[in-house]
Design a protein around this ligand. Structure first.
Ligand code: S3P
Length: 450
């Protein structure tokens, strides 16, 4: 979503049953990490099934700018020849990470202990997001950041020439911050330690293990302690990227709220650090079954079947589950709007610093669609209107946020009147196939003028 330009409004209309098989694209988090770790190892890493959305394409371009050879050999088949740990070359251009907080934060971590400097920028959404959360720990390694006020992009990062290892306790539950510190630790002598009071997605640790890094994780009374011994070579890998559970959530939740639906999502990633939404939906009474559980590329996967669930009930989502479903609150709030009773969502201040302020964005749009929402600094709650009870019939603002756009388009399928989003272009950052996939399942959805 880098290019400013003409917004593309999209409309979703009340739809008949959704049915069929939904081929969800590759996991965004895993795809970024596969490209970055491939770029930090010597030899060829082959990646099958990565997300080919804008966020990941920006990371691929960035890895080329740092000296890796990144080739898309065929759709869904990529190859990376890396530079080795600490081997990044200084880019001769500004690194544009588009809309992607994960991309920019992980890449800054990976270059922070290389003796080079690089300048990073992004779109209007990314350039408004806080980077102090990573530049603070990266400064402890010896890197220096020169950004705009309040630690925002565009920003130049000067890598440490003689990095020192760091012991860092995460002040926010953030896999991006954890990953930035671990990636910086790769080219640092000695042991880099990250302590996370609340476990967050652990794709970086899993993938570092697969690449042969010396890394161990211990659960202790002070939290999860991850220790990485730096300056060892990474071994290139063959990686199969699981399908993204955060993208699958849109097809699954739409099936739960559109009468008569049954949708099968094969091979979705079920990493427990990402599984909070599915646990929550089950507690709300969703008809979900996980079939054929298996392991693919170091990550647990299964086929997920979702059926229309007319008796969904609001619940209080435990605050300690937030990290395991942080990207799923927008679509959860749509399901909550179609449930009976109130859904309470405490402990979610992080939602305010995503691609948009997701509490504010969802509250504004849901209210416009006739749903009562109450919000606080780190909580919100949605008063459900029951199956078929959401009026809809509004145009909502999406604030360059793919998940806000997709959430409201799913709501439009189950509301009494169509829902229009002001701009659907951001969807291409994480799920370019969304429109075609949902239409293929039977959704009535398309450009607003169509
Ligand atoms: C991600 C971590 C999460 C998540 C983002 C992807 C990752 O962000 O919201 O979409 O791949 O590490 P935070 O680390 O800011 O919680």
């Amino acid at each position: 979503m880098t290019a400013p330009g003409t917004p593309v409004p999209m409309t979703a209309r009340p739809s008949g049953p959704l049915s069929g098989t939904a081929a969800i694209p590759g996991d965004k988090s895993v795809s970024h990490r596969a490209l970055i770790l491939g770029a930090l190892s010597v030899g060829e890493t082959r990646i099958t099934g990565p997300l080919e959305g804008e966020d990941v394409l920006h990371t691929a371009a960035a890895m080329r700018a740092f000296g890796a050879e990144v080739t898309r050999q065929a759709p869904g088949r990529w190859s990376v020849h890396g530079t080795g740990t600490g081997g990044f070359a200084e880019p001769d251009q500004v690194i544009d990470c588009g809309n992607s907080g994960t991309g920019v934060r992980l890449i800054m971590g990976a270059m922070a202990t290389c003796p080079i400097r690089a300048t990073f920028t992004g779109d209007a959404s990314l350039n408004s997001r806080p980077m102090g959360r990573i530049t603070d720990p990266l400064a402890l390694f010896g890197a220096q950041a020169h950004g705009r006020s309040r630690g925002r992009l565009p920003m130049t990062l000067v890598g440490a020439r003689a990095p020192v290892p760091v012991r860092y306790r995460l002040p926010v539950a953030s896999a991006q911050v954890k990953s930035a510190v671990l990636l910086a630790g790769l080219n640092t002598p000695g042991e880099t330690v990250v302590i996370e009071p609340t476990p967050t997605r652990d794709h970086t640790e899993r993938m570092l293990t697969a690449f042969g890094a010396r890394i161990r994780t211990e659960d202790t009374p002070e939290g999860r302690v991850i220790t990485l011994t730096g300056q060892s070579e990474l071994r290139p890998q063959r990686l199969a990227v699981p399908r993204d559970p955060s993208s699958a959530a849109f097809a699954v939740c739409a099936a739960l709220i559109v009468p008569g639906s049954e949708v099968l999502v094969p091979g979705i990633g079920l990493n427990p650090t990402r599984g909070g939404l599915y646990e929550t939906l089950r507690e709300m009474g969703a008809d979900l079954s996980f079939e054929n559980p298996r392991d693919e590329g170091g990550e647990p996967v299964a086929d997920l079947r979702a059926r229309y669930s007319p008796d969904l009930r609001g619940i209080a989502v435990p605050a300690e589950r937030a990290a395991a479903m942080i990207d799923e609150y927008p679509i959860l709030s749509v399901v909550a709007a179609c449930a009976s009773g109130v859904t309470e969502m405490p402990g979610v201040s992080e939602l305010r610093v995503k691609e948009s302020d997701r509490i504010a964005a969802m509250a504004e749009g849901l209210s416009a669609c006739g749903v009562t929402v109450e919000t606080g600094p780190d909580w919100w709650q949605v008063a459900g209107r029951g199956a078929g009870g959401v009026p809809g019939g509004a145009t909502v603002r999406t604030f360059l946020d793919h998940r806000i756009a997709m959430s409201f388009l799913c709501l439009g399928l189950a509301a009494q009147a169509p829902v229009t989003v002001d701009d659907g272009r951001a969807i291409a950052t994480s799920f370019p196939e969304f429109g075609a996939l949902m239409t293929g399942l039977g959704a009535s959805l398309g450009q607003a003028s169509a």
